[in-house]
Design a protein. Structure first.
Length: 584
């Protein structure tokens, strides 16, 4: 009952701060896929789509985006309850179990996913359920529990592929013992069958793709396309790791994140719990450390720079395992404290929850939807809009497929099944094409000009379209009660960048002011500073261009800024030499 009460209490906290509108990043695409039973980006997340659809039908109040925020809240809260239950089943008291569970509940990265629309809360739930079953199996030695654990791994992998990795860790720990037991082969085969049955959920992808849903990423009807989606084939090209030397900064960042996520006190309890668990529960220790090591390895081998160093949501399974180790540490600590003080350890995560609520409260968040609504409202009837970038395209998908906003506008998604797009034909005079981002192509007789929050194609030499009026700021942009993560800051920066771009040719002082606002809003966006550097350089402001390019290079040394730094420095050297020549 304590586990259930804890889960309910945490759910109320998450739900109080649940995002009422669509969030930035993957959220728009995922919610759109849930609504139309479509196929989102790899790995397709079929279980999330199916369970999310059921949840939105059973809970028909509020927008679909808000319902999916509550779905994440329910999954995360259930995970917290299962963590508490697993600790209690291991024999520890309610206080240390609650301490570990609440450390995980209020870990910033986990909490940040618990009230928005993404797949990581559901993945955390499967990690918790598999861990509970695995520990129960090791304690009671009932084969059915081990088979169920592998079934959970297979089913969970249909939401997030990390659960397949979890299954490999569990297999490595359980296989040697099962191979020596009578009937062990039957248990192993049954476990494989259970995992395979869960993985069969992926058959939803080719079956649903044949029905041509409005969202059909990769069109996974053939075996090759199906494997490309499930294995995230195209995403491996984005990985940051380029050699063994890159492992040190990745591991260092991972260790630092453990301290930050468990508020350092929890991390110290986890270290304290390591030694005790080594003596009392080696299987539990091996399982938890195995999950952490596997989690780190997968992110290091596959993750992009932002996946590794900016977003720590991919390490949520590690934070779950570390929180459980913190519970073991609290158990050991409580054993050496007077009974009247046993409740003290739980105050640490409770205090962290109280202090962290403002940073996790997304109940006033509307920035992503405000940006894309403003964009759509600026388009003329029957416009063609080529959209890219998950921050913008995915929210547009939500507004079109779920909210049914501007059904007269033809939305042309870029990067979703591009091979199947028909040839693009349009008349820039009577049937212009709009783009959310500059296409970086040059067509004789055509110009790409800014028009509000989009770019418009026009014939070269023709009068430019009338300026589009934009508000001074986005809804909630300056409200300190609205948390602004990395992607949200980038979106706010994009808003002011586009405003400045529209003013550049007619009113440079106002444009420069908007560019400064963009830099303040998104100080860690290397692409923004790169684009600003190009604008400053073509305007003859070499010092400002060089500063922007250097900032871009400092943010991402492996990015696109280095060659522009060198080019701008060379241009400045040439101009200085010419100026010196003229004075002689």
């Amino acid at each position: 009952m304590t586990s259930l009460a804890l889960a309910v209490g945490v759910f109320l906290v998450y739900a109080w701060g649940a995002c009422p509108s669509i969030y930035v990043g993957d959220s728009g695409e995922l919610v759109a896929a849930v609504h139309v039973l479509g196929i989102p980006h790899p790995s397709g997340y079929p279980l999330y789509v199916l369970l999310g659809k059921v949840f939105t039908l059973l809970f028909p109040w509020g927008s679909v985006a808000y319902r999916m925020s509550l779905f994440s809240s329910a999954c995360s809260a259930a995970c917290v309850g299962l963590l508490h239950c697993a600790c209690r089943r291991f024999g520890m008291g309610s206080v240390p179990a609650s301490t570990g569970a609440l450390f995980f509940a209020f870990a910033p990265s986990h909490w940040a996913e618990a009230n928005i629309q993404r797949v990581y809360s559901l993945n955390a739930l499967f990690v918790a359920l598999a861990t509970l079953l695995a520990l129960e199996w090791h304690t009671k030695r009932r084969p059915a529990l081990l088979i169920a654990a592998f079934g959970v791994c297979g089913l969970g992998a249909a939401n997030h592929t990390f659960m397949a990795v979890y299954g490999l860790v569990l297999l490595a720990l359980s296989l040697p013992g099962q191979a020596r037991c009578p009937g062990g082969l039957r248990v192993i085969l049954s476990s494989v069958a259970a995992a395979s049955a869960g993985l069969a959920t992926y058959l939803f992808l080719p079956l649903r793709s044949r029905a041509d849903p409005p969202l059909d990423w990769g069109n996974p009807q053939t075996l090759d396309r199906f494997l490309a989606v499930v294995t995230r084939r195209d995403f491996w090209e984005r990985r940051w790791l380029s050699g063994a030397g890159d492992l040190f900064p990745i591991v260092l960042d991972y260790v630092r994140s453990l301290g930050a996520e468990l508020h350092w006190a929890g991390a110290m309890l986890a270290v304290f719990g390591l030694a005790w668990t080594w003596r009392r529960g080696r299987f539990a220790l091996a399982l938890l450390l195995g999950v952490m090591a596997a989690n780190l390895a997968v992110v290091a081998l596959h993750g992009s720079r932002s996946d590794i160093f900016i977003w720590h949501r991919y390490y949520i399974p590690s934070y779950f395992a570390a929180s459980m180790l913190a519970a073991f540490g609290a158990w050991r600590l409580v054993a050496h404290m007077p009974s009247r003080l046993h409740w003290l350890p739980v105050l640490i995560p409770v205090g962290a929850g109280v202090a962290g609520f403002a940073a996790a409260d997304r109940s006033r968040y509307r920035i992503a939807e405000a940006y894309s609504r403003r964009l759509l409202e600026s388009l003329p009837p029957g416009a063609h809009l080529a959209a890219s970038d998950e921050n913008i395209l995915f929210v547009l998908l939500y507004l079109r497929l779920v909210e049914e906003m501007r059904s007269d506008v033809e939305l042309i998604p870029q990067g979703i099944g591009e091979a199947d797009l028909p040839p693009l034909r349009f008349d820039p005079d009577t049937d212009p094409l709009y783009l959310t981002h500059h296409p970086n192509w040059s067509v004789p007789g055509l110009e790409i000009v800014p028009s509000g929050l989009v770019f418009r194609t026009v014939r070269a030499g023709r009068p430019r379209p009338a300026p589009v009026s934009l508000p001074d700021q986005l809804d909630g942009e300056t409200d300190p009660r609205v948390p602004k993560d990395y992607l949200t800051r980038n979106l706010v920066g994009e808003f002011h960048y586009m405003k400045g771009l529209g003013m550049e040719s007619a009113d440079w002082p106002r444009a420069a002011l908007e560019f400064e606002r963009a830099k303040r809003a998104a100080p860690d966006n290397d692409v923004l500073f790169y684009n600003l550097g190009l604008i400053y350089r073509r305007s003859g402001r070499l010092d400002e261009a060089l500063e922007a390019f250097r900032r871009c290079d400092a943010i991402n040394p492996r990015g696109i800024g280095r060659r522009q730094v060198l080019a701008s420095e060379r241009i400045r050297e040439i101009e200085a030499a010419l100026a010196a020549e003229r004075t002689r």
